[in-house]
Design a protein. Structure first.
Length: 195
């Protein structure tokens, strides 16, 4: 409770026992604090307001831990909008919330039909593919969409046709693949380093 001294007076806080915390948390080892918050209504997607920005688009990300980590990474690098295909994991799944470490409150998550969105936008689409240009040689410019695909299948064929700039993270070792959340981190780091 002493650490909560800076909370707004509009936020009601109640001290509970560890036993009570264990009963109400969905986690086997809950953090010391739980919050009850209202899930925000999804924002409308205003294409004009996206000009000059970078955003991440996720095609079928299934693992809640990966989604939470991507949200946290986007927040770290100042990307405040993530577009998710309708078959991407639910952003308010407890595992996503935990993995995002609070970043979910600062990043706008929008579920949409990605193909329709990509057809309507003028933003350049950079797709994470195995057969693209090296990320280290890619000029990301000042705006764009970083499209990342499903953990096992990658970016769907339907969306691959909408990629203007295929980009790959070069492999130097023998690993078969790279985790999608790690790939998101590398993409975010590179585009910020070059912008």
């Amino acid at each position: 409770m002493p650490k909560l001294g800076n909370l707004s007076r509009n936020i009601k806080s109640v001290e509970i026992t560890e036993s009570e915390l264990s009963r109400i948390s969905a986690l086997s080892t809950p953090q010391a604090i739980l919050a009850i918050v209202q899930i925000p209504k999804q924002s409308d997607l205003n294409l004009k307001k996206l000009a000059g920005l970078f955003l991440i688009a996720l095609d079928g990300i299934q693992d809640p831990g990966n989604l939470g980590t991507i949200i946290r990474t986007a927040d770290w690098f100042g990307l405040n909008t993530i577009l998710c295909s309708m078959d991407t994991a639910e952003a308010y799944n407890p595992k996503v919330v935990q993995a995002s470490m609070g970043s979910l409150s600062r990043v706008n998550i929008i579920y949409t039909t990605l193909g329709d969105f990509l057809d309507q936008t003028n933003l350049p689409v950079y797709g994470a593919l195995l057969n693209g240009k090296s990320i280290y040689e890619t000029n990301f410019g000042q705006e764009g969409i970083i499209l990342l695909g499903n953990e096992g299948k990658g970016i769907s064929n339907e969306l691959q046709s909408r990629i203007k700039y295929p980009v790959t993270i070069p492999r130097y070792g023998k690993a078969e693949s790279l985790n999608v959340a790690i790939s998101a981190s590398i993409f975010c780091s590179e585009l910020r380093r070059k912008s």
